[in-house]
Design a binder for this molecule. Sequence first.
Ligand code: NDP
Length: 397
Amino acid sequence: MPKVLIVGAGGVGSVVAHKCAQVPELFSHIVLASRTLSKCEAIAAEVKKRWGREIITAALDADDTAQTVSLIQAHSPDLLINVALPYQDLTLMDACLETGVDYLDTANYEPPDQARFEYKWQWAYQDRFKEKKLMALLGSGFDPGVTNVFCAWAQKHHFDEIHQLDIIDCNAGDHGQAFATNFNPEINIREITQPGRYWERGEWVETDPLSWSMNYEFPGGIGSKKCFLMYHEELESLVQNLRGIKRARFWMTFSDQYLTHLRVLENVGMTRIDPVEYQGQKIVPLQFLKAVLPEPSSLGPLTKGQTCIGCLMKGIKDGKAKTLYVYNICSHEAAYEEVGSQAISYTTGVPAMIGAMMMLKKKWHGQGVWNMEQLDPDPFMEALNIHGLPWQAEEIK
Ligand code: NDP
């Protein structure tokens, strides 16, 4: 029976553990390892309480490939699910190569000293994974992840060519805190403070950070929200894999309160990622900021409202223009009720579990490094409806 090793016991790791525990016929053995053992133990106790399943826990510094290799050798998993931080992607991929284990993650590698979002470091593992006959699935969260699958499904069933893609990510929830991020604050703030970038007729166009916005009318009673253009990693692979794509953009909603706090933090230097000297030691201001902000996993009981993440696609089918919007709405309260987490962790953790399911059932099977839209979207789309992230597809006339 398959065994999985989940690395990372934060907001997303907790959801992955709960969702894997809900499918005992597939995930018969679950090991959860992270830097802080007590966080793994707290998740394991909650999983036991809710689902009656035992999961094994272990302390692990995933920056240290040798430690991961020893842990893998001790437990012999079939798949490593990386829901630690993007900084650990390469060391964990190295450990998988050394031990002959398949790999899955939800965010592309970033060097700690540069906020760069590129697949080049992980795509460079292509030949090594092929040589070892192993599979690495990149970006199996919501965005990247489900958004890539929505595009692949639309391309397969609804379009001859997709010409314009807008991925629109709305968190209409409210956690009542003056300032908090819904996933790891360091990774989140690095991403948001970068210049925007979108694809237009064969090249990348750069914009000043959060300088372009639009209002979008969201379904499910959410209504009109202001969305800001950002660069997001799935654009890099989608522009290579969508037939006929001419323009691809990514948008995210932010409240005025969030943006005001962010602007102040940036202006006073608290979002810097270079080390500064403080009382005889070097500290990275953004890492210090992370230490004083609420943990994403603590926002579960506080967050009310919904998320709506989807893909708006324009293209042609049988010579006629067509516009399709594919989206999911997820309730923060329902996610908390089910697994004790807010919807951002939930919408990331569920697709990580489904990606693992696709690989373990060999519905997604291949050698080398894969982005989500390169695989058959149908079984994944079906599993989303079953495992907590039902989707809608609406043709817009
Ligand atoms: P958290 O900060 O809540 O959790 C990260 C976990 O990783 C923590 O438990 C942390 O340990 C652990 N960790 C960090 N460094 C190491 C290390 N060297 N060795 C072992 N464990 C380590 O983050 P989230 O759960 O919110 O996010 C997890 C991942 O999901 C991130 O990569 C994020 O970018 C990605 N994500 C992807 C999304 C998508 O849609 N694709 C959306 C949201 C997030 P400790 O507790 O000791 O700090």
